[in-house]
Design a protein around this ligand. Structure first.
Ligand code: NAD
Ligand code: IPM
Ligand code: MN
Length: 352
């Protein structure tokens, strides 16, 4: 059956890289139907609409998956459209697991000395519906010397438990690129300073971990984790953390893969319409130049196809990107000399 994909390119380089991802998906022979939506800064500036009425319900009802570019435009300094569209999708469609694989395709892409592809092969499972992203809080005595700004960090038992369980289930069901079983889940928090939230994460992690005796449970404070990821990425397998720490640590981890232009992600709600997007943003400084790296978006497309059960075509896309990297048929950020479109074309023409 033809899978229906909603495509929301968004702003800046999101538009450029998603065009390449869609091109490659169709070239792979995947039996899908794509429908484009113009949600983003231009639409907002034209008619004030961020998400059309009933938009999220429509996505969940009419589509099997959503492919998204990025949101962020200097003409919308409040970033309201990004908040309403991107965080809106994550929160209102309850896409609670943000799955961000960190895989090095070729040693030449990694800034660390002596690190090979097999050494960087972990996944960050980021809580995606609560934490400090809920917008709970407010500003009191705005603009006065007595101003108070409060940004709450919301951690529910349900939210913490389901993301930790997702991480253990993911570990149980996935192998590394070399075919070996994943076997360790590391929970990262800041429970030494943020004791209320961290205490809940610690207790739930221990409880859920006991249900998976074959998986090793480990813990690391988030500051130490950042240091260790750079010092020796070999130690990591599945990492689970909260919304904000997951945001930060995945940009750091992207640099081990060759930069933000290489990193893919899925915003998953099991059994429901899920959303896939590259980890990077709209990169306004390079937007419109046809130089953005489309591989993060293309690999995101492959991740989406795999999620939809279109595994063969997904594998072909991943293999073609790997070959492009090996042959330096890439954009400048990772050492090649191709434009965004040329890099996308190369992958589309080398799908085996
Ligand atoms: P960014 O990811 O857009 O860019 C960070 C740096 O990485 C820049 O130097 C950029 O040129 C480079 N970069 C990013 N993607 C690249 C690619 N595909 N190829 C080559 N280089 C690439 O992050 P930022 O600069 O912090 O944010 C810019 C805007 O994007 C902001 O409005 C921000 O809020 C938004 N943003 C949106 C998302 C999203 O929609 N998912 C994610 C992150 C940032
Ligand atoms: C990401 C982005 C978003 C986030 C921003 C644009 C709100 O940085 O998807 O990583 O913080 O989640
Ligand atoms: Mn981010």
């Amino acid at each position: 059956m033809k899978k229906r994909i909603a495509v929301i390119p968004g702003d800046g380089i999101g538009v450029e890289v998603i065009a390449e991802a869609v091109k490659v998906i169709h070239a792979s022979g995947a039996v899908v139907e794509t429908t484009q939506f113009d949600w983003g800064a231009n639409r907002y500036l034209a008619d004030g609409v961020t998400v059309p009425a009933d938009g999220f319900r429509m996505l969940g009802r009419d589509f099997d998956a959503i492919l998204v570019g990025a949101f962020g435009d200097p003409r919308v300094p409040s970033n309201i459209h990004a908040k309403e569209i991107l965080l809106g999708m994550r929160f209102q469609m309850d896409l609670y697991a943000n799955v961000r694989p960190v895989r090095l395709l070729d040693a030449s892409l990694c800034p660390l000395k002596g690190v090979e592809p097999k050494d960087v092969d972990f996944v960050v499972i980021r809580e995606n519906t609560e934490g400090s992203y809920t917008d709970a809080g407010g500003v009191f005595k705005h603009g006065t010397p007595d101003e108070i700004a409060i940004q709450e960090d919301i951690n529910t038992r349900k939210g913490v438990e389901r993301i930790i369980r997702y991480a253990f289930d993911y570990c149980e069901r996935h192998t590394k690129s070399d075919g070996t079983q994943r076997k360790q889940v590391l929970m990262s928090d800041k429970s030494n300073a943020m004791t209320h939230a961290g205490g809940l994460w610690q207790r739930v992690f221990k409880e859920v971990g006991e249900e998976y005796p074959q998986i090793t449970s480990q813990h690391m404070f988030i500051d130490a984790l950042c240091m260790q990821i750079v010092r020796d990425p070999r130690q990591f397998d599945v990492i689970v953390t909260n919304n904000m720490f997951g945001d930060i640590v995945t940009d750091l981890a992207a640099s081990l893969q060759g930069g933000l232009g290489m990193a893919a992600s899925g915003n998953i709600r099991p059994e429901k319409t899920s959303m896939f997007e590259p980890v990077h943003g709209s990169a306004p400084l390079i937007a419109g130049e046809n130089i953005a790296n489309p591989f993060g978006a293309i690999l995101t497309g492959a991740m989406m196809l795999n999620h939809l059960g279109i595994a063969n075509e997904s594998g072909k896309i991943e293999a073609a990107v790997l070959e492009a990297v090996r042959q330096k048929k890439t954009t400048q950020d990772i050492g090649g000399s191709l434009s965004t479109q040329q890099a996308g074309d190369w992958v589309a023409k080398h799908l085996g």
